[in-house]
Write a protein that binds this ligand. Sequence first.
Ligand SMILES: [Zn+2]
Length: 93
Amino acid sequence: MNDIHIKRAAQRRERALSRALAAERELARQDHELAKLVAPLFPEHFRDGNPTGLTFSIYHECEASPVGVCLYDEYDDPARDSCLVCGDPEERK
Ligand SMILES: [Zn+2]
């Protein structure tokens, strides 16, 4: 392995990292848009429809959930112990 191979691999990694960070920002934007629509469905958790604290599971489908995955109120339940719809925790064995 000579220097040029290392340099090219480092450049490929840099481009991959750039794409990953852009995807992460886009996911955060989409999460926020979705949260604004979903928060009013849970007025006891998100008063005035304020979506701050509403988070979506990246692991668990949730049949009765309006978005198809478990969702949590990170202010009232920072450990994500209880999905607002099904009551299941984010962390499962
Ligand atoms: Zn659930």
